[in-house]
Design a protein around this ligand. Sequence first.
Ligand code: COA
Length: 706
Amino acid sequence: MASVNHIAKLLRPSTIAVIGAAREPNKIGHQVLRNILEAGFPEDKVYPINPKANEVLGLKCYSSVKEIPGDVDLAVVAVPAKVVPQVLRDCAEKGVKAVAIITSGFKEVGNVEAELELVRIANKGGFRILGPNIVGICDTVKGINASFCQGLPLPGDVAFITQSGALAIALVGWTRLKNIGLSDLVSIGNKADIDETDLIEFFGSDPHTKVIIAYLEGISNGRRFMEVAKKVSVKKPIIILKAGKAERTISAIKSHTGSLAGSDIAYDAAFKQSGVLRAKTFLDLFDWGIALSKLPLPSGDNVVIITNGGGAGVVATDFSEEYNLKLMDVPPDLAEKFRKYMPPFGSVFNPIDLTGMATEDWYKGAILEALKDDRVHSVIVLYCHTAVTDPRKIGEAVLQAKKEANVNKPIVVSLIGGTECAEECSRLIENGVPCYESPEKAVSALGALYSYKRGIERIKSVRIPKVSIREDVARRIISKALEEGRTALTPRESAELAKAYGIPVLEKPLARSLEEAIDIAEKIGYPIALEVESPQIIHKTEVGGIVLNVNSKEELKAEYVRMLENVKSKLPEAKIEGVIVRKMAERGKEVLIGMSRDPIFGPLIAFGSGGIMVELIKDVTFRVAPLSLEDVEEMVRETKAYNLLKGFRGEPESDIDVVKDVILRVSKMAEDIEEIKELDINPFFVYEKGKGGLAIDIKVILKGQN
Ligand code: COA
């Protein structure tokens, strides 16, 4: 694990060696050295390394880091791939604290072993590696441009982590254009050693960073990421654009950085559970980043929109719904106050439409009323550039109103128009007011602020409930199956396992002969169901191994014989241990509760509509285990199955509590028993409120050769 101290040496070093400080100006090593000097890093703390040169850019050259007289915090490496291992060994000997490797030609082109060798050298040498395959590091806190970006970004309090180096370079110019300040820009490349989580951890406790934004193509260690992200996000927002949703993009990623893209569903769940905001686009990253770095958290849900254009207001209203913003119903007394700042044909229904006649004074007055009123918690100001007003004056009205109101309330602005609007937007950002060129951007930025607030409130209130179970029984069942070389449990074993975890199941008594079957049936009473029990048969229906609604002894005799003949003809090699004779369960509402393992984040718990609906409407939601009560609550509520369980079209409410309880128990099982690869309870019958439910069909697949 990278300690925060190591990362501090990497991003905020006091001395830097540039290994591969080439003589020719167009070579990368040369550019890195020049960038470091041009950004103002003290010349006597920079050491160019190049065995072929005596001096580069006026500085004395060393032929190896080992020759540098003082300590070296950071070495930036820009020599060809084949030279890198030796250079790293020299760094180890020298006691360099951190190394940033710009060089390409490792894992991203299949040279996995060469990359592992770099990590081995670093581990042995006690230093950390950033990269390889990066553009470098830009840090505005100490003014370090140890990269081949064109220049440093503007100083600011947003830290930007990017897995794409080229984008990092391109975005430096763009952030300047938009007046967006960054504390650091770190390109992480192949992430051989230092990864996004290490950096999130560092920026989480960095006083110069208020918001962390990241472009990622994959996360290295999902569990650790979630653990760190949960801790950091309650202190400061983390916004991530995770690329690689589409299959085509996923193959592009593999060839690009060789990173393993986890399933997108798991990313969604993990981000949500860790309080991480998931950006949809690059621009979201920065739009939201600005808002979250500059605005206080709102104290309530009421949002007021003030506009001079009906259209802008309508668009903002639509987007407010999309981003879960609540437009306040303006109380009559406040409406009266707004009326002072509009013509008679203006509107005091939120959005407050000051009309195209609106002057800067009207804007200022209306904004001031909104800011001063305790019932208003956030304000969105929209302005369409008209001939009667100057965007600069509108911007000034916002700043003045904010100053006079002197309240800690979020306010976002959109100035819609040409160059003057863009310039004024820039000025507003500089003065601490997030400003955007379109209403939807302003709404989405405020929406992100609210999502962040809800996310951290959720994390702070999370309760992981205790679930009583019989792990010993469960382990015995699993061990027996594994010892027998099986990767699936039989229906009876699955039911026993579920029972050990307190999941209500149908009793599944086993008959080893027709006589035994008749005896059991007489005891439990008709109608009954028959199920074949065989370690080789998981999908019973496909081999005719299940018969429902057997109503009498005669039917039982006939069906028993027919079922076994059927199974034997379809799977002659299957070892049949007997026939389960079980009650026909009373039908309930059918839901699915399941578990699978994501390669990045681990156990993923699923809940949704069950039975044949699974395939038909794909109404399933996921979360990463272990689940909290809040996770389960959310899971249940966000499915269509919830409407059914609540009592659709006058039907009585179902026992939602038993559903939540079973989801929690499945989560616990997934956490406890690593050997379970997949589990499906489908259907789980849910009965009326207070009457519980029953797991009808349970499939358990174990890890193994399959
Ligand atoms: N220690 C220090 N310097 C050394 C050295 C050593 N052991 N061995 C060689 N050098 C010097 C060379 O002499 C050369 O300097 P010179 O031109 O003055 O002679 C300098 O290091 C660079 O070596 P060179 O062979 O000219 O390589 P290069 O500059 O053409 O390419 C890289 C080096 C790292 C830039 C290149 O291999 C690379 O990986 N490019 C891609 C970088 C990239 O895109 N990264 C990802 C961004 S997303």
